[in-house]
Design a protein around this ligand. Structure first.
Ligand code: MLT
Length: 318
């Protein structure tokens, strides 16, 4: 089998991919435009940040499986994949802790104005008064939208910091998750409107679907409390960015944002975003999953998935 890995991947996992005699092309700098050509003769494609648009599937004659080395598959044109008989799979759950850690880091950083603190000090400015107005986390109401693996990990961290965790989740969640939520003291609320109007912090942990796209819009943001902290480490398209900018300007909302509606199509590039450059935003480069632990765990699962595919089984098909 020929495999193309078109994003950064741990060296030992690359070696593991070839151990059964497969050929592995490693092109971590490939752009979406180059993908079709790079994929010629390859049955399997592994990507993380690199987008896979429709034309790739028309060009990639031998392609049978695309593995997204992460949980979301919105960077892959799944409809085009289906038309060309290509299966699309994800790697769920392996980077949840890392994403929850980043969301919580953004919360602490925003509450204490860490980035501004550091920037001032680096510029030689000492201003203890300016940085003595943090509200603190303990005792605050934290709203979690979506109690999947990441939402639950985030909620566990929030509970450990003495906050009151509230959540809105999809119906029919498994008993194990519900039991963990109960043991963390999470209060379930009936709807998103109630969550946003009662919480001081809102953290988004939802997949991007047609139902969740722009869920955080003008109407929802009109209900938030002044000074709310919004955290988005899920997908940029969950939020109407213009509406969020307006809420930042009219209600003093602040935001920790790891994901944007328009991100570069590969792991490096340039970004022009009013949201990313807004002073109320602590923005990061879609690095929620970017810990060594998480990337090793994801890569190990990718190797297992390729082995399974070689043996005729498709794991984590979405
Ligand atoms: C995910 O979908 O799990 C993450 O967004 C992966 C990534 O960091 O690109």
């Amino acid at each position: 089998m020929r495999i193309l890995v078109a994003d950064a991947f741990p060296e030992d996992s690359l070696t593991a991919l070839t151990e059964s005699g497969d050929e592995c092309r490693y092109l971590p700098e490939t752009t979406p435009e180059q993908l079709g050509e790079s994929l010629r003769g390859c049955e399997v494609l592994v990507v993380r940040s690199t987008r896979v648009p429709a034309p790739v599937f028309a060009e990639a004659d031998a392609l049978r499986l695309v593995i997204r080395a992460g949980s979301g598959t919105n960077t892959i044109d799944r409809a085009a994949a289906g038309e060309h008989g290509v299966r699309v799979c994800n790697v769920p759950g392996r980077n949840s802790t890392a994403v929850a850690e980043l969301a919580f880091a953004l919360l602490l950083a925003l509450d204490r104005n860490i980035a501004d603190n550091v920037a001032d000090l680096r510029a030689g400015r000492w201003d203890k008064r300016r940085y003595s107005r943090a509200r603190g986390i303990h005792g605050r109401r934290v709203g979690v939208l979506g109690l999947g693996d990441i939402g639950l990990e985030f909620a566990a961290r929030a509970a450990a910091f003495g906050t009151h965790v509230h959540a809105v989740d999809k119906p029919g969640r498994d008993p194990e998750t519900l039991e963990r939520a109960r043991s963390l003291g999470i209060t379930f609320l009936p709807n998103t409107e109630e969550l946003v109007s009662t919480c001081d912090v809102l953290s988004l942990h939802l997949p991007l679907t047609e139902e969740t796209r722009r869920l955080v819009d003008h109407e929802l943001l009109s209900r938030v409390r002044p000074g709310t902290i919004l955290l988005n480490t899920a997908r940029g398209e969950l939020v109407d960015e213009d509406a969020l900018i307006e809420a930042m300007e009219t209600k003093g909302v602040r935001a920790g944002i790891d994901v944007f509606t328009h991100e570069p199509e590969t792991a490096t590039g340039t970004v022009e975003s009013r949201l990313a450059s807004h002073p109320n935003v602590y923005g990061t480069h879609h690095i929620g999953a970017s810990t060594e632990q998480a990337q090793r765990a994801v890569a190990a699962e990718v190797v297992r998935m390729v082995e399974a595919f070689r043996n005729g089984t498709v794991l984590h098909c979405v």
